[in-house]
Write a protein that binds this ligand. Structure first.
Ligand SMILES: Cc1cc2nc3c(=O)[nH]c(=O)nc-3n(C[C@H](O)[C@H](O)[C@H](O)COP(=O)(O)OP(=O)(O)OC[C@H]3O[C@@H](n4cnc5c(N)ncnc54)[C@H](O)[C@@H]3O)c2cc1C
Length: 380
C-alpha cells in the first residue's frame, strides 16, 4: 500500500455528479457502498496514504430510513472530522427516547443526563451526502455504479460493476448494507435471526402548528411494535414493525388498516394527532438481525450492516456502521503492515459484537410479556 498519498486523481469536493476514476483503475482499496460505514472506512485509509475508490449508485432513494442518531456517535464523528459539519447542516436535536414497553405507561431515556448530551433527528439523505462529500474532500475517489462481482487473481481483486466497469484493488471493503453484496460474492455466509420488517410512511407536517417534539417513541402491540420520530423539516416517520410471515394476518400493507392500527396505540395516536390522513403510500424495509459469517477474510472486510445488521429497536445501526468502518480500516492497515492475523481478528471481533448484541436484544424483548402471540412467543 502506498503511504505517500493517493497516486490516482482525487475526486473534487463539491463537484457533484460522478467523478469517474481518472485514468488509473487500480487502487489500494475499493469500498463498495458510500453509507456511514463505507465513508468511515474510507477516510482513515486515505489519511494513511492509501488510494481509495468508493463505489456507490449515482442516485440515492428519495427517502432513507434510519434518522435517529444516538449521542454515542459524537466521538466517532469527531474522529472522522465530521462533527462540526453536522451542527451546521439543519438536523434537529433528539433529547431522548420514550417507550411503552412491558407496560402502558411511558418510560423515558433522557440523553441530556448521559455523557454525550443530545443526539440528532437526521435528514438522513443529507447526512449521508455530507459524509460522502467529506470523504471525497479527504482524497477518496468516487465511482458511480453498483458492484456486481469480485474475483481474486493472485493478491489483487478484480471488481466488475453492473455498468460494465472493471476496477482493481488490493483490498475490498463491503459496506453495501444489509445486501452484503461483496461478502457473499467472496464466499461469506449470512446468518439471520429473524424476519423483522418495517412498514413505514412519512407523515407531512401537522395542519396546525404545534410545539416541536424532540423525542422518538416506541410502543409495543400484540403483533409487534410502533416507532415514530420527528424529522427536521416538520415531517414525521411512522413505522409498524412485525415479522414478514405475520403481515397477511394483520393486513398492515393496507394503508387504511395500518392507520387504524396506529390510532389504536394511544401514545402513537397522540404523536400523530393533527396529521389526519392515512398515507397514500407505505414502504416496506427489511429490518431483521443478521451477520456475515465470517465478516472478513484474506484481502476483504465487511463493515456496517454488511457485517452486523441490528434490529431498529437497538437504535444503534448508524453508530455501529461508523465504528465498524473505523475498525475495519484499522484491520486493513494492520494487515498491510504485516499483521497476518489482522483480518481473522477483525472477523472474531465482529462475531463477538454480534453475539453480545443478540443477548441484549433478547433481554429487551423479554421485558415485554403482555402478549402470548406469535411475534412475542418467538422472541421469548
Ligand atoms: C426500518 C429501519 C429503521 C432504522 N432506524 C434507525 C435509527 O433510527 N437509527 C439508527 O442508528 N439506525 C437505524 N437503522 C439502521 C441504519 O439505517 C443502518 O444500520 C445504517 O444505515 C447502516 O449503514 P451502512 O453504511 O452499513 O449501510 P447503508 O446505510 O445501508 O449503506 C449502504 C450503501 O451501499 C450502497 N450499495 C448497496 N448495494 C451496492 C452495490 N452492489 N454496489 C455499490 N453500492 C451499493 C447503497 O446504495 C448505500 O449507499 C434503521 C434500519 C431500518 C431497516
Amino acid at each position: 500500500m502506498r503511504r505517500n498519498g493517493p497516486t490516482t486523481r482525487p475526486g473534487r469536493p463539491g463537484s457533484g455528479g460522478s467523478s469517474g476514476c481518472g485514468r488509473s483503475r487500480r487502487f489500494d482499496v475499493l469500498v463498495a457502498g458510500a453509507g456511514p460505514a463505507g465513508c468511515a472506512a474510507a477516510l482513515p485509509l486515505v489519511r494513511a496514504g492509501a488510494s481509495v475508490v468508493l463505489v456507490s449508485p449515482r442516485t440515492s432513494p428519495d427517502w432513507r430510513v434510519g434518522e435517529s442518531l444516538a449521542p454515542t456517535a459524537r466521538p466517532l464523528l469527531e474522529r472522522l472530522g465530521a462533527l462540526d459539519g453536522l451542527a451546521d447542516d439543519g438536523h434537529a436535536p433528539c433529547y431522548g427516547n420514550q417507550a411503552a414497553w412491558g407496560q402502558d405507561a411511558l418510560t423515558a431515556v433522557d440523553h441530556g443526563l448521559g455523557p454525550y448530551g443530545e443526539g440528532w433527528h437526521l435528514d438522513r439523505t443529507r447526512f449521508d451526502a455530507a459524509l460522502l462529500e467529506a470523504t471525497r474532500a479527504g482524497g477518496a475517489l468516487w465511482h458511480a455504479g453498483h458492484v456486481r462481482d469480485a474475483r481474486r487473481h493472485r493478491s489483487r481483486w478484480q471488481i466488475t460493476t453492473g455498468e460494465g466497469d472493471v476496477l482493481e484493488a488490493s483490498h475490498l471493503v463491503d459496506a453495501t448494507g444489509r445486501a452484503a453484496r461483496l461478502a457473499r460474492r467472496v464466499g461469506a455466509g449470512r446468518t439471520r435471526s429473524d424476519r423483522l420488517i418495517a412498514v413505514a410512511a412519512l407523515l407531512g407536517p401537522p395542519k396546525q402548528a404545534a410545539r416541536p417534539d424532540r423525542t422518538s417513541l416506541v410502543q409495543a402491540t400484540r403483533w409487534g411494535w410502533w416507532y415514530t420520530a420527528p424529522l427536521p423539516g416538520g415531517e414525521r416517520v411512522l413505522m409498524a414493525m412485525t415479522d414478514a410471515d405475520l403481515l397477511p394476518g394483520v393486513r398492515l400493507l393496507d394503508p387504511d388498516v395500518w392507520w387504524a392500527q396506529a390510532q389504536c396505540a394511544g401514545h402513537i395516536r397522540e404523536r400523530i394527532a393533527g396529521r389526519e390522513q392515512p398515507p397514500r403510500r407505505l414502504r416496506v424495509f427489511a429490518a431483521g438481525s443478521a451477520c456475515a459469517t465470517p465478516a472478513a477474510g484474506p484481502g476483504w472486510v465487511a463493515v456496517g450492516d454488511a457485517a452486523t445488521a441490528t434490529d431498529p429497536l437497538a437504535a444503534r445501526g448508524i453508530v455501529t456502521a461508523l465504528a465498524t468502518g473505523l475498525v475495519g480500516a484499522r484491520a486493513i492497515l494492520a494487515a498491510e503492515g504485516g499483521d497476518t492475523d489482522a483480518m481473522a481478528a477483525y472477523a472474531r471481533r465482529m462475531t463477538a459484537v454480534h453475539a453480545e448484541y443478540l443477548e441484549a436484544r433478547a433481554a429487551q424483548y423479554r421485558r415485554e410479556q403482555r402478549w402470548d402471540t406469535p411475534f412475542w412467543d418467538r422472541r421469548h
